[in-house]
Write a protein that binds this ligand. Structure first.
Ligand SMILES: CC(C)(COP(=O)(O)OP(=O)(O)OC[C@H]1O[C@@H](n2cnc3c(N)ncnc32)[C@H](O)[C@@H]1OP(=O)(O)O)[C@@H](O)C(=O)NCCC(=O)NCCS
Length: 176
């Protein structure tokens, strides 16, 4: 997959991206939102093995590039029945809150709907108000709140919010 819009590009993660992905995933500041404030403690070799099995039809780890430089990652998984689950992290903090997240999400969601998916789901931490705001701008509808449903790496109880998006509700921020 390779999707371009203005100076943004979303492309498949490849072997050459594994050092960067491992560096991001080992950074507790980047991974805190996902429940890993101490980082994943992985290696480029492990990441290389993980992404080697990716395929368009099953799951893809994707790199977000801005003017040719990696600024974060996205992913999708095919859950079957026309449903895909998404994830996004803009890992370069200096590139957050510039409208790039809603544009990158729009690019990937458009591509997935064009491929025949009819429902996109994702979840986020109940404390992640910025992500919830962006998802709701895109047309995602809140399905449920899972109160104290999991514990993070430090053993602290966390709550999450589940969202879903269908084509009729999608607001596309990546079209001129
Ligand atoms: C969440 C994320 C994808 C959003 O992308 P982004 O490029 O930073 O966001 P945008 O610039 O498109 O939009 C930011 C919006 O959030 C709003 N916002 C910022 N902080 C907020 C808060 N605490 N509460 C509510 N809204 C907030 C901004 O005002 C802006 O909305 P507006 O245009 O209506 O004013 C990105 O910040 C990111 O990757 N964060 C780290 C990882 C993460 O949280 N991933 C998602 C978890 S599942």
């Amino acid at each position: 997959m390779k999707i371009e819009y203005r100076d943004l590009c979303i492309r498949n993660a490849e072997a050459r991206d594994c050092e960067q992905l491992a560096a991001w995933w080992n950074d507790g500041a980047v991974m805190d939102h996902a429940g890993f404030p101490l980082g994943l403690g992985t290696t480029a070799a492990v990441v290389r093995g993980e992404i080697a099995d990716d395929s368009d039809d099953t799951r893809r780890r994707l790199i977000i590039e801005l003017a040719g430089a990696p600024i974060g990652e996205m992913s999708y998984s095919n859950l079957g029945g026309g449903t895909a689950e998404l994830g996004i992290k803009i890992c370069d903090f200096t590139k957050q809150e510039r409208g790039l997240g809603r544009a990158a999400l729009s690019m990937l969601i458009s591509a997935l709907f064009a491929r025949g998916y009819t429902r996109i789901i994702l979840d986020t931490n109940l404390k992640n108000l910025r992500a919830q705001h962006v998802y709701e701008l895109l047309g995602f509808k809140k399905l449920r709140i899972n109160k104290d449903s999991w514990t993070n790496q430090l053993g602290e109880l966390q709550s999450s919010v589940d969202y879903e998006l269908t084509p009729e509700n999608f607001v596309n921020y990546a079209k001129d």
